[in-house]
Design a protein around this ligand. Structure first.
Ligand SMILES: [Cu+2]
Length: 139
């Protein structure tokens, strides 16, 4: 394994290696403020959530909300509400490939068929910006 460039990256790599990534994503006051703004932007742009799906917004390097719990058979729909920054959804630990990079109001959907814990990251911002999320799927 190549020597990490920065201690923080080493710490993150160690956390992933130890399975800490299977835990829920942080949801502190900073992220809550970002998420409140994301909801406002979504509504202001005429965004509508599909009742049959669970919506996660992407905004300012965060997933909103970062943690969702759904029943198996549920589709989660991610929507980017950032104007200029593209994001992706990468269920890396589940062995999925990264989604396309999404721009403003573009979406990605994933059907969670099997119970389990599904940590995911944003391809371009997962490590340095800690843009991470978590889906818990119940039976
Ligand atoms: Cu991102």
């Amino acid at each position: 394994m190549p020597r990490p460039l920065f201690p923080i990256l080493a710490a993150i790599a160690a956390a992933f290696a130890s399975g800490a990534a299977a835990q829920e994503a942080p949801f502190d006051d900073e992220i809550k403020a970002v998420c409140a703004e994301a909801e406002e932007r979504f509504a202001a742009q005429g965004g509508k959530k599909e009742p049959s799906k669970v919506t996660v917004l992407m905004y300012k390097y965060r997933y909103c909300p970062p943690n969702v719990t759904v029943k198996s058979g549920t589709t989660v729909r991610w929507i980017n509400v950032d104007k200029r920054t593209s994001h992706s959804v990468w269920l890396k630990e589940a062995g999925e490939s990264e989604s396309d990079r999404m721009f403003n109001f573009e979406t990605y959907e994933f059907l969670f068929a099997a119970p389990g814990k599904y940590p995911y990251i944003c391809g371009p911002h997962g490590i340095e910006e800690k843009m991470v999320g978590h889906v818990t799927v119940t039976p």
